[in-house]
Structures are given as structure tokens and as C-alpha cells.
Ligand binder design. Structure first.
Ligand SMILES: [Zn+2]
Ligand SMILES: [Zn+2]
Length: 240
């Protein structure tokens, strides 16, 4: 299983990450990755950046150090209606948008409410990926989540950082396994993101790969193995 891209990374702009965009991209080049997504936290995350940061991302060239760069954001899901903290006018200018639950920005509801929040978020035409839907602090109905991902053409993330020992997200290993069971059943693709907050973490996917291999996840349902395939999956809902 050879991964050629990483869909989730943060720079100093996120406020709690510690490398520059150049350092992140250079590390992707060192690793031989073909594509890196830079997805800094959207403004509601304490310490993160102003919307102007996202509106000026086209300053970064499409290719740097031989690596294709997709410029985006990790938006915060704010409520059960699935509202997120970047406006459509800005979202439509981004190459890639992840939307996730984060403790300071979203108050956990019941399993039904959390599931509905994620499904409503998927209906946003500019959201490509649901980030780390793997945290027991926000219980989710995975059967419904995976079906909705299929219906809305959204990728579900297997977040490598969530799987690290002692990570603050809870129950990730078990929750990811449950999600993958339904992804296999309904033939819904996933994407692995490192969620790197320092350049040494770019491209990390080892813990996710162990689970994907253990569960015999078909390679055609893993979006990291081909840039062309990844872009096809992104474009399912999003005709720019
Ligand atoms: Zn996140
Ligand atoms: Zn992140």
C-alpha cells in the first residue's frame, strides 16, 4: 500500500502547530509525496488565523519543491445544523475543505444530534472530507454516517494522529474499525490524513495502514494511492 499524498496538515497559522508551509512541503518532497494538502484551522479555533489568511492562499504556488499543493482549511462544525466557520464565498476559493468536530467549537450532543450535525455538514457543497469522525466524546451512528457520505460524495477520514497512544480523541481505534466495516459494506472510500502539526509528522500513515490491512480494506476504496483517483473523488460533488 503506497501512499502518494497527505490530505491533512497544519502550519504555524493554526496557532497550535509549529512548522511553516515551506517546511511542511519540503518534508513532503523528502518523503517523495506527490501532493500535500495544507488545511489550517478555521477562525473559530482559539489562536487560529483570520479569514484573510485563507483568502490569500493563492499566493502559494501550485507546485513547490516538486510537490503539488492543495490549499484549504479544516473548518469547525459549529452546531447540529452543520454550519461551519467559513463563508461560502471563501470556501469556494479553496481547493479542499475538511470539516470536523473540535471541543472548543462544538458542544457534543446525543448520538442522533452528532450524526445529524455531520450529515448536515456533508450537504455543504464545499465540504470534501469529514475529519476524524472517530472520537467517542462525540458518539456517531456509523451506519448512517457512511451511507450519507456515499449519498453526498464526501470522503471520510481515517486520522493517523487519532490512533497515536494517549491521543486526546477517545476510542478512535474501535470507532475507525466500525466505520471501515460500513465503508466496505456500502463501498464508500476513505482517505488517510496525518493531521500533522509539525513537519516531522507529514505523511504519517503507519497506524492507519495497520487497521486498513487488518480489515482488508480494498485499495480502490483508499484515496491516498493515486493523485488522479483522489481528485476524481474530490470532484464528485464539486464542479469548479
Ligand atoms: Zn481536527
Ligand atoms: Zn487537523
Amino acid at each position: 500500500m503506497n501512499f502518494v499524498l497527505d490530505t491533512h496538515s497544519h502550519t504555524v497559522a493554526s496557532g497550535h502547530a509549529y512548522s511553516t508551509a515551506k517546511e511542511m512541503i519540503d518534508q513532503a518532497a523528502v518523503l517523495g509525496l506527490e501532493l500535500l494538502c495544507i488545511t489550517d484551522h478555521a477562525p473559530m479555533m482559539p489562536g487560529s488565523t483570520h479569514p484573510f489568511y485563507f483568502s490569500n492562499l493563492n499566493t502559494i504556488p501550485r507546485k513547490v519543491s516538486g510537490v503539488e499543493v492543495l490549499k484549504g482549511a479544516e473548518a469547525n462544525i459549529l452546531n447540529y445544523a452543520g454550519e461551519i466557520d467559513l463563508e461560502p464565498e471563501l470556501l469556494k476559493r479553496l481547493d479542499i475543505v475538511i470539516a470536523s468536530f473540535h471541543p472548543p467549537c462544538y458542544e457534543a450532543g446525543t448520538k442522533e444530534e452528532n450524526t445529524q450535525a455531520m450529515i448536515n455538514t456533508m450537504k455543504n457543497p464545499y465540504v470534501h472530507i469529514i475529519g476524524h469522525p472517530d472520537d467517542s466524546r462525540y458518539p456517531i451512528d456509523y451506519d448512517m454516517l457512511v451511507k450519507a457520505a456515499k449519498d453526498n460524495g464526501v470522503l471520510l477520514e481515517v486520522n493517523n494522529s487519532s490512533l497515536k497512544p494517549g491521543h486526546f480523541r477517545q476510542g478512535a481505534s474501535e470507532n475507525i474499525r466500525t466505520m471501515i466495516t460500513y465503508c466496505k459494506k456500502y463501498e464508500v472510500p476513505i482517505v488517510v490524513g496525518s493531521d500533522a502539526h509539525f513537519y516531522t509528522q507529514v505523511g504519517e500513515a503507519d497506524l492507519a495502514k495497520v487497521i486498513l490491512q487488518e480489515m482488508n480494506m480494498p485499495e480502490e476504496l483508499i484515496a491516498n494511492t493515486s493523485v488522479t483517483r483522489f481528485k476524481e473523488l474530490l470532484n464528485r460533488k464539486f464542479q469548479k
